[in-house]
Design a protein around this ligand. Structure first.
Ligand code: SDX
Length: 368
């Protein structure tokens, strides 16, 4: 009917719902979770941020200790799950199996209550705790090895790296992965969160909603870009190649992974923190090449967009996080799944916010 508004391609600038989970000022480059600046949050633990996102307030000392113990005690996955992982292992993209693993977790979750907030928060804790174990186990199964058991003495981030490698990471590596989980945890109505809120708005259960989010994260225009950046770093290999690489890709109208954003018109505040962290990780490693390749790509992109299109372009959350993944020896086929380890707290928070004040999400299309 003629009363329908004009279509906004990609829903750019459309305000779809109210949220108290995060705030973005895309002009000034400000990001807050629950009213707190990302720069401040980046110095805390992932467990703290996870609690903040799900419960709406920072935990006190006792609440944090209790939450941390619960997460740690839920890290393990059972033998049946590992058997399933051996059968459903991935070809080239771990997320394909992670999707199955989360589905199996739902089958094995014997708390049948899908409605109460308490039961749903229990499911969230199980998911948040088990995701790193599942991803590390998938990786180990892929190479025919036995998964390492989670180590309860280690932080959320350090334990993940331990389960991938069988040895505890350095202090800087542990800090880098913890920051990665924190900075990846939440970002308002990004595509995966929006998709998940649509699923939740039909009153689908938490696991179904999370799988909706996970599947939407996969694409290279969203979370899949992180893997794309890792592959680009290998392809470019040395800083001197960055110029030709970018010019070639742009001449073919191809996207450069890890650049641009729908909301930010200035530097993504998460990228700034990731860039500093990447520099420190590179320094500890002793070989700065990947970091230098990334910096060259950033310079060439900035110049090309400013010169040719009259406005600059900046790295997004997936760019320097991918540099960190290279130094942490996280395989590219795991990159999108590792993004999900952080994001699952934001996803569950949005799921609960949707349930709490629900109306089914159902927009209109313009018939042509
Ligand atoms: C994430 O939304 C979120 O919050 C997502 C996220 C989160 O935390 O959840 O931040 C995580 O998904 C980060 C984005 C990861 N994706 C990539 O890195 C892929 C490369 N980026 C682009 O495809 C793009 O910038 C998007 C998808 C991120 C944004 O798409 P928009 O909003 O449609 O882009 P735009 O309107 O700002 O683009 C303007 C122009 C276009 O050219 P013209 O049509 O005007 O000629 O700039 C071009 C674009 O094609 N452009 C790029 C580019 N990004 C934009 N050209 C080459 N390489 C790029 N990266």
């Amino acid at each position: 009917g003629s009363y329908l508004q004009e279509t906004k391609k990609g829903l750019e600038g459309i305000v779809a719902l109210d949220t108290s989970i995060s705030f973005i000022d895309g002009m000034q480059g400000i990001l807050k979770y629950r009213g707190i600046d990302i720069e401040h949050l980046a110095e805390m633990s992932y467990e703290t941020i996870s609690y903040l996102l799900i419960n709406g307030i920072l935990p006190g000392e006792q609440e944090l200790a209790a939450y941390s113990n619960r997460l740690k005690s839920e890290r393990r996955i059972n033998g049946e799950m590992i058997d399933i992982m051996r059968v459903c292992n991935y070809g080239t993209e771990a997320l394909d199996s992670l999707r199955t693993a989360i589905s199996c977790t739902a089958h094995m979750d014997h708390e049948n209550d899908n409605n109460s907030l308490d039961a749903n928060k229990n499911k969230a804790v199980r998911l948040i705790a088990k995701l790193p174990t599942m991803i590390a186990a998938l990786y180990r199964c892929k190479s025919g090895d036995f998964p390492f058991q989670p180590d309860e003495t280690l932080s959320h981030g350090a334990n993940f790296l331990y389960m991938l490698r069988g040895e505890a990471p350095s202090a800087i590596e542990a800090e880098a992965i913890e920051k990665d989980f924190i900075l990846s945890a939440e970002h308002e109505l990004n595509p995966s969160t929006f998709a998940l809120r649509i699923a939740a708005s039909t009153l689908a259960d938490v696991y179904s909603a999370i799988i909706t989010g996970l599947c939407t994260l996969k694409g290279p225009l969203h979370g899949g870009a992180r893997r794309g950046v890792m592959e680009m770093l290998d392809e470019v290999a040395v800083p001197e190649n960055a110029n030709n690489y970018v010019l070639y890709k742009l001449s073919r109208k191809e996207k450069i992974m890890g650049f641009g954003h729908r909301v930010y018109r200035t530097y993504d505040p998460r990228s700034r923190i990731f860039k500093d962290m990447a520099k420190r990780v590179a320094k500890e490693n002793g070989d700065p090449t990947w970091y230098e390749v990334a910096e060259s790509l950033e310079h060439v992109m900035y110049r090309e967009f400013l010169d040719v299109r009259g406005r600059p372009i900046y790295p997004n959350v997936d760019f320097y996080s991918a540099v960190i993944y290279k130094y942490l020896r996280i395989p590219p086929e795991l990159a999108t799944s590792v993004f999900a380890i952080g994001r699952v707290s934001g996803w569950t928070a949005h799921c609960f916010e949707q349930y709490a004040d629900n109306r089914v999400i159902r927009p209109r299309a313009h018939y042509i």
